[in-house]
Design a protein around this ligand. Sequence first.
Ligand code: GDP
Ligand code: MG
Length: 381
Amino acid sequence: TEGISVKDLAEKLGVRGKDLIATLLMRGVFVTVNQSLDAELVKDVAHQFGADTEIITFEDQMANEAIENVLAQENPDEHEVTRPPVVTVMGHVDHGKTSLLDAIRETDVAGGEAGGITQHIGAYKVKINKEGSPAFGREIVFLDTPGHEAFTRMRARGAKVTDIVVIVVAADDGVMPQTLEAVDHAKAANVPIIVAVNKIDKPDAQPDRVKQQLGDRGLVPEAWGGSTVFVDVSAKKKQNLDLLLEMICLVADLGNLKATPGRSAVGTVIEAKLDRGRGAVASVLVQNGTLRNQDSFIVGNTFGKIRAMFDDRGRAIEVAGPSTPVEILGLESMPEAGDTFLVTADRDKAKVISQYRKMKERESQLAKSSRVSLEGLAEKI
Ligand code: GDP
Ligand code: MG
């Protein structure tokens, strides 16, 4: 049979060609990157890198087939709808991020359904119910773990969950180091920014100073001829919160956020925890498609089948459309925040793909450790 080239083998093993050549060299085999290797040698070398050639080929085939099946799933309803925006709140410590998130949520609970028990599932959805508001009836999702760390961690894992960043700046304190850090994060992620100038109820509030300070850094208020939306608010007095929500909808419209509810669900893990009694529990933001009770899924390196799901008020639900945070039960093991969630046609496929991913991860870890030891050797040669 035809052998595999050094280059292709290195790629399959997840190591650099140079390292593979060095390994072969130590065995007294001199090769170039494009040279073909015979099966016995491939097996030996692959083994040294912690991979089994037989298994790779077999599982690769299985997984590819499964992935193709998933992708080829019939999606009869490709009808697009506008989906609610997903918002992250960032800003300097003590400027009122938590207060603002709580105030928005309470306002909604009070107006929507009195007595609704709020659950912390890492995100919540509000509906604008102010009579006469141009955004009446529209929904917004807030990720309720404020802070740069969560945002950065998600981004580092390749997850894009945020459509809009609201930067909270206390009107008495003004722009501080973490305010600028938040601006940098939002800019790096290419996410539109809305500035909420908070604590305007305080006697020493200077909202215009905040506008000036941020204007100097390229965030010029619309009122001053720029393009950044600023809203003066008070989380404490629940002042202008409706206006902030309306502005979020306005900025969301510019982004033309669409989703296809007729597809099977795709999303991202916001949080995951081990719950005594319930096992592995994850908060997932459904980003596209519709998630249904009993759906099989893969998520990160694990998989499962929805045994039950709950909304942000702790109510059991059967379906969750685009831009809906849900808490799910039925995971085989713990996923991680930032993991991609994908519904598959059935449980067997979910299992095969997750096993494949686990193997890939193991493989790359093994490759990494052998790479470290080889690095030194390659230099000595
Ligand atoms: P975070 O660190 O950004 O989450 O800030 P917090 O929400 O914990 O708020 C920090 C402090 O500012 C708390 O003592 C809040 O009560 C207070 N605070 C938050 N928003 C307002 C506001 O609109 N007006 C006033 N006067 N105090 C506020
Ligand atoms: Mg806080």
